[in-house]
Ligand binder design. Structure first.
Ligand code: GRF
Length: 202
């Protein structure tokens, strides 16, 4: 059973999916949810599930100092793994290295396509016919780490960014718990910059 820390900044629907998929006899247990934003919707979800929460504001701190506070809180909680779930801060290289292979993120595109922000707008503008979501190991370079799991959905010609976001979000909620389970069961690991899967893991 791996202990997991989840970092959020917003409504936390992916956090909700990770909580919903958690089982007493499952491979992971969420030990702590940290938000950099006070009142983030995800904090209430964690509270309701009886999970410890912590707010660590980023304002007025250097990136390194903020990340050091995150790191200390995660270590104190006994976290083995860390999930970014709508966490809207770029982490320092030092933090990413310290948690290398233990730190994962979900991004609403078929990485390596459409890293960064305004993903759905850009996908629609480019006339793509498919988009999707990716769970990946976090490395210092933004949205660039090896992919653990991906799922795709169609893009309809009439889609607004909001409509596409909602379709992608639905698969995010299936993908993230499945990817976390793989990692928590040691069926995937980061090795020399590659996601290496155990036999039968995919
Ligand atoms: C998701 O679309 C996720 O892929 C992205 O930020 C959004 C977070 O949504 N990184 P939520 O807070 O989990 O509802």
């Amino acid at each position: 059973m791996k202990k997991v820390g989840v970092l959020i900044s917003g409504r936390g629907s992916n956090l909700g999916a990770l909580i919903a998929a958690q089982r007493d006899d499952g491979p992971y247990r969420i030990a702590l949810v940290i938000s950099n934003i006070e009142g983030a919707g995800g904090l209430a979800r964690a509270d309701a599930a009886g999970i410890a929460t912590l707010v660590i504001p980023h304002k007025g701190k250097t990136r390194e100092n903020f990340d050091a506070e995150l790191d200390a809180a995660l270590r104190a909680s006994g976290a083995d793994l860390v999930c970014l779930a709508g966490f809207m801060r770029i982490l320092s290289d030092g933090f990413a290295r310290a948690w290398e292979g233990k730190l994962i993120n979900i991004h609403p595109s078929l990485l390596p396509a459409y890293k960064g922000t305004r993903v759905h707008e850009r996908v629609i503008e480019a006339g793509e016919t498919r988009s999707g979501a990716s769970v990946h190991f976090v490395v210092p370079e933004l949205d660039a780490g090896p992919v653990i799991a991906q799922a795709s959905v169609p893009v309809h010609p009439s889609d607004s960014p909001e409509a596409l976001a909602a379709r992608v979000l639905e698969i995010e909620h299936q993908l993230y718990p499945a990817a976390l389970r793989l990692l928590a069961e040691d069926k995937v690991q980061l090795e020399k910059g590659l996601a290496i899967f155990a036999e039968g893991a995919r």
